[in-house]
Write a protein that binds this ligand. Structure first.
Ligand SMILES: [Zn+2]
Ligand SMILES: [Zn+2]
Length: 430
């Protein structure tokens, strides 16, 4: 009997010890969570809801936020969601790690599954209605496409009609184009870093208007040329203005990612006039007009400048970069050789970060390395040469993002041939 009693007392003691250890571990976890929440907001108190929102936001995008590095964010997300699941909101169990690309958490196009493989296409015409862009892309065998959202030759444009937006969305769905494979291009008149107040105001208004158009069309990305000093302000001042334009536009819109295109750093030799107007003599009805507005000191030729813009953008999940191969070559990145290609990518990774790579413009260059001229050439026919494009197509870092041709469309089947050629590189067939 005494033996039985001693056995029971020992069991009770052991049980009490276990309970006390478990509860102290839980409170340690909560203390760690609180400490992390404070540290990630620069000492500001973060409540449970904002921790949850942050978890979702980080899960939605691979980009890190401004106030913590990527690794810390990932760890914080897992820890936070784990504790929230157990202690606070069991229904949040569907928050998964960012490796799970198929997770759908909130509404919006950013929640679409990540796309695999190479998504090659071309900039196509919206002549006759924006929905026609989809059939143009299908004609050339594209898995991605670029487009203007409206006439890019004037500031003002007719509002996008509900019916046109609906037709476009239906056509994309039928054609199998995810929002992640479509890269609209901003109008060339915009200069979101302009020293002129009137141009700056118009550019900012246009940026918001175009982002809203993207939202209405169900799109996720929006590519534009960062801006130019016009020789009247410093690069730093211009970068400040560009970042402020983006921040203001983000506040007025919901989810579209603003994608900064690297530039060739053209100089302004003709004042505020377009330096080139290209109307490809394409028989298939493409009325693509490439109007290159050259500014003095285009910002964004150097990766460091793009990084500085990103640094000043508050919502890092809504900013990215598009590498235009012609612009990179003209700005001095020698991608024509294997060594030069590797060097550019290493620089991109170390200066900007691969997580910001959202798109590619595939163009050979008429101009020489470092010429600072924006002269697109057909793939393999310019100074960059075929090797760089073969490298691009075999490099997994370019999987799942739109790769858009903006080469001269000299014949009805130019894009079709180039898309086929590029896919043959991927398959190791040429
Ligand atoms: Zn462009
Ligand atoms: Zn481009």
């Amino acid at each position: 009997m005494v033996h039985e009693l001693l056995k029971m007392r020992r069991s009770v003691r052991l049980a009490a010890k276990t309970i006390s250890e478990v509860s102290s571990q839980s409170s340690n976890q909560i203390v760690r969570l609180k400490a992390r929440s404070k540290s990630t907001k620069g000492g500001k108190k973060t409540n449970k809801d904002s921790v949850y929102k942050k978890s979702i936001k980080r899960n939605r995008e691979t980009s890190s936020t401004s106030d913590c590095d990527e690794n810390e964010c990932k760890e914080s997300m897992v820890n936070c969601s784990g504790i929230i699941e157990e202690k606070i909101k069991p229904k949040l169990k569907r928050v998964k790690t960012e490796q799970d690309n198929s997770t759908v958490i909130a509404s919006g196009n950013l929640q679409q599954p990540m796309l695999q493989g190479k998504l090659v296409g071309a900039h196509v015409s919206i002549s006759g209605g924006i929905q026609n862009a989809v059939s143009e892309a299908l004609k050339i065998g594209a898995k991605a496409f670029g487009l203007f959202l409206r006439s890019q030759r004037q500031w003002k444009s007719k509002p996008l009609e509900d019916k046109a937006a609906e037709l476009f969305k239906q056509a994309c769905e039928r054609g199998g184009f995810s929002a992640r494979a479509i890269l609209p291009h901003g109008i060339y008149l915009m200069n979101c870093g302009s020293p002129e107040e009137e141009t700056l105001a118009k550019s900012r208004e246009t940026l918001v208007e175009e982002l809203k158009r993207c939202e209405k069309l169900g799109l996720a990305l929006y590519n534009f040329h960062p801006g130019s000093t016009c020789g009247k302000i410093t690069v730093e001042e211009c970068i400040d203005r560009i970042a402020q334009s983006i921040n203001e536009a983000h506040l007025q819109t919901n989810h579209v990612v603003t994608v900064l295109e690297n530039m060739s750093c053209q100089g302004n030799t003709k004042g505020n006039a377009p330096s080139r107007v290209t109307i490809p003599p394409c028989k298939q009805g493409l009325s693509l007009v490439i109007l290159h507005w050259t500014f003095a000191l285009e910002v964004g030729g150097k990766f460091e400048e793009l990084r500085e813009i990103i640094d000043r953008v508050e919502d890092k999940s809504r900013v990215g970069v598009c590498i235009d191969t012609c612009h990179a070559f003209a700005a001095g990145y020698d991608i024509s050789s294997d060594g030069g290609f590797d060097k550019m990518m290493q620089e991109f990774e170390s200066v900007i970060g691969l997580k910001y790579l959202r798109a590619v413009h595939l163009n050979d260059s008429k101009g020489e390395l470092g010429c600072h001229l924006d002269r697109h050439e057909n793939i393999g026919k310019g100074k960059i040469g075929i090797n760089a494009f073969r490298r691009l197509m075999m490099d997994p870092r370019f999987n799942g993002i739109p790769m858009i041709l903006e080469t001269p469309c000299e014949a009805e089947n130019t894009y079709q041939k180039e898309v086929k050629l590029l896919y043959s590189f991927r398959d190791g067939k040429s």
